[in-house]
Design a protein around this ligand. Structure first.
Ligand SMILES: Nc1ncnc2c1ncn2[C@@H]1O[C@H](COP(=O)(O)OP(=O)(O)OP(=O)(O)O)[C@@H](O)[C@H]1O
Ligand SMILES: [Mg+2]
Length: 261
């Protein structure tokens, strides 16, 4: 193994599922709320499996040429330059398409031949056919509760993937994540997680979003760097959740209980 994998705390069998997909050459779809560990799982498993990782952040201007490659003119010469997907297929890397629901359907169509039994990429513009070697794996992810998830992926796309639904970790593991990512002491990390769990429970009514593990880690890092815990929580957790608005009564109550004195 080339380098130490970034720390990943499992909540279930996701590492085994990932490994089995890799070994059986099946593409994987990760779903889950923001900041629950999707990217971290991919980074961790790429390092464990000793494969290079090529990540593409999808957006609605992404074209198939952005994925596959294009002819570029340089010094009077016209050369083909591989896009990230083609590079991943050629080199047997793990290709991670983040927030795949953001991409247009016609862009995703180039993935069809790669994500079924053919495992083959067709480059129309060069006339090349590239069979994916062992080692190549395609992973996509999206957040099903984000607004863009309403765009929906076509069944003909979704059915090509093994799907793994992820969620925030149970409190004990989430405390371990917050403590280890920030070097915060275990007791303070447990308090932060308790606050996060209470805010998540209260977020069901849709007044605010559920706070992610990412927000809790950021608050912990601010506190470890010297910021008073209450200020750290306001800056890293509350403000991003209310995004410029003000706290509702339930949120205030939860904060008062979590930050006595
Ligand atoms: N299971 C976990 N093990 C270790 N760290 C984790 C885990 N889950 C979350 N984290 C921490 O939370 C941060 C956010 O996780 P990550 O970037 O993987 O979220 P994500 O699901 O990819 O979110 P998004 O949908 O916004 O991209 C990580 O940088 C890490 O600090
Ligand atoms: Mg991510």
């Amino acid at each position: 193994m080339n380098k130490q994998p970034p720390l990943y705390y499992p909540s279930g069998h996701e590492q085994d599922a990932f490994r089995v997909c890799f070994e059986t050459e099946l593409p994987l779809m990760l779903t889950g709320p923001t900041g629950c560990g999707k990217t971290r799982l991919v980074e961790h498993m790429a390092a464990v499996l000793d494969r290079p990782l090529i990540t593409v952040a999808c957006h609605d201007d992404l074209t198939s040429a952005d994925l596959l490659g294009r002819f570029l003119v340089k010094g009077g010469d016209v050369n083909w330059v591989d896009g990230p997907l083609t590079r991943a297929v050629r080199t047997g890397a793990i290709c991670y398409l983040d927030e795949v629901v953001e991409a247009r359907r016609d862009t995703l169509a180039v993935l069809h031949s790669l994500t079924d039994y053919r495992r083959t990429l067709y480059l129309d513009r060069t006339g090349e056919t590239i069979e994916a070697p062992r080692g190549f794996m395609l992973i996509c992810s999206y957040n099903p509760i984000s607004r863009s998830a309403l765009k929906e992926l076509k069944p003909s796309f979704r059915h090509r993937f093994v799907s793994l639904a992820m969620d925030y970790l149970p409190p004990e593991q989430e405390t371990a994540v917050v403590a280890s990512e920030s070097t915060m002491d275990h007791a303070s990390a447990a308090r932060l997680v308790k606050l996060g769990v209470a805010l998540r429970a209260a977020s069901g009514g849709g007044v605010h979003e559920p706070p992610s593990t990412r927000l809790l880690v950021t608050a912990a890092k601010l506190h470890v760097a010297g910021l008073d815990l209450e200020k750290a929580i306001h800056a890293a957790v509350i403000e991003p959740l209310v995004s410029g608005g003000s706290m509702d009564a339930t949120m205030k109550e939860i904060l008062d209980i979590s930050l006595p004195g």
